[in-house]
Design a protein around this ligand. Sequence first.
Ligand SMILES: Cc1cc2nc3c(=O)[nH]c(=O)nc-3n(C[C@H](O)[C@H](O)[C@H](O)COP(=O)(O)OP(=O)(O)OC[C@H]3O[C@@H](n4cnc5c(N)ncnc54)[C@H](O)[C@@H]3O)c2cc1C
Length: 498
Amino acid sequence: MSDQTFDVIVVGGGNAAFCAALSAHEQGVKVLVLERAPKAQRGGNSAYTGGGFRMVHDGVATVKTVVPDLSEGEIANTDFGEYTAEQYLDDLGRVTQWYCDPDLAEAVVRGSTETVQWLHGKGVRFVPRFGRYAFKHEGKFKFFGGTVVEAAGGGRGLVQAEYTAAEKRGVQIRYNAQAVALLRGRGGVQGVRVVADGVEEEIRAKAVVLASGGFEANREWRARYLGPGWDMAKVRGTRYNTGDGIRMALDIGAQAYGQWSGCHSVSWERYAPDFGELDRPITASRNGYPFSIMVNAEGRRFVDEGADFRNYTYAKYGRVVLEQPGSFAWHVFDSQVEHLLHEEYRSKGTTKVQANTLEELVAKMEDVHPGRFLETVREYNAAITRDVPFNPNVKDGRCTQGLAIDKSNWANAIEKPPFAAYAVTCGITFTFGGLKIDTTTHVLDIADAALPGLYAAGELVGGLFYFNYPGSSGLMAGSVFGRIAGREAASHALSLKV
Ligand SMILES: Cc1cc2nc3c(=O)[nH]c(=O)nc-3n(C[C@H](O)[C@H](O)[C@H](O)COP(=O)(O)OP(=O)(O)OC[C@H]3O[C@@H](n4cnc5c(N)ncnc54)[C@H](O)[C@@H]3O)c2cc1C
């Protein structure tokens, strides 16, 4: 047994964990963070993110509270719009088909702006999210979809700032430390069993916060809970999120909650490695599909590529790709829209084919039926409402009419060479099912009663996301609940001291 005891142990080393650790530390308690990964791979999926935060804002006034060095030029050339609490709640409800737990949603939304400001106060730098969430149109950036800021340096920058803030405050961090079980005493959860560098030990504390991510990196659980075929998906992020925190809590009677058969998954480079690469976090993303047609092995379109802005569809279209024959697809563009594609389409390791005719293109597109592909493009081109102008910043209503699967927006003809096609498969980001918590982040048992001394935040919380996900709400939810969890765990620990 370890000779050290702590007030609060935080299991996990990503964004939710560090929000919990920093917040617990504010209460003057002794905090230990257990990170399963080695130091070089610390930070969980949070380190792989683009660092985007979806928060309630009223435009430039809110943005300036977290980006104080916003320049006059940026202000003059940018329309940040506004994003109200009602819009945020509506987005969460709409994309989750209204399954989203209303109390948890309300807590995230109402706490969002203040929590980003709190993180800024801890030393996290933010910048406007130009590029991914705003296209330049007629000389001005216009934001769409509610996400206006990201951590400087993306996910790596965020995690680096959080570790630095914690280290500066004396929070202890142990790497290569895998929590495997929760310890219980009369007062509830009182520590964890850990395997650190291959040796098992028990570490005591007065409260435990679980922030160890979902089970997306667990091939067996994916097949078991998400369904057949999911064992074959590529993992976009860390290899260390195998559902340990969820299992440990279920083992002591916690309630399983949310959509265990659901996950966030996207179009991802077809031949990407099995797990994410920390130094190349988003190069395998393929997010330009709203301007493409997506075709499968049969040469057919299978989804409305322009149903909504990318950040309201990308998280559910990975599943659609997984369900295609052979679990792959191609994004096809012509030269009129290629300039709208981000860096990721030009990165090393991209499976791209290019040609001056569609016949030559499809001959290069591995495993695609050529005749049906040419027929698909002909029919698609003929169905476009060409009198509606194209505008990537709004849902422009430039659609097709009369196809079996129409495209609702951004329907540009595939007619101007050179043509390009990119091969994709399904990349899983994180899982939706997890533990049930209340709005103070207590982990609940099957009778909805709090398990004393046990708190949870981040990806392993169930009930927020179902079927789909509004982009950039993962970091936000983890931050809001992580901050609450740290405060609650610390005050529980302090209450046991008197
Ligand atoms: C490529 C990519 C891009 C993304 N982009 C965005 C974005 O821009 N905005 C956004 O909001 N979300 C984004 N997400 C989703 C986002 O990553 C998550 O919602 C968020 O980071 C989850 O944070 P977390 O702290 O719960 O989990 P993680 O950051 O995954 O942290 C989990 C931690 O637990 C550790 N761990 C696991 N098991 C154990 C154990 N037994 N003992 C000890 N430690 C353990 C892991 O090593 C890890 O450090 C993205 C995800 C990916 C993969």
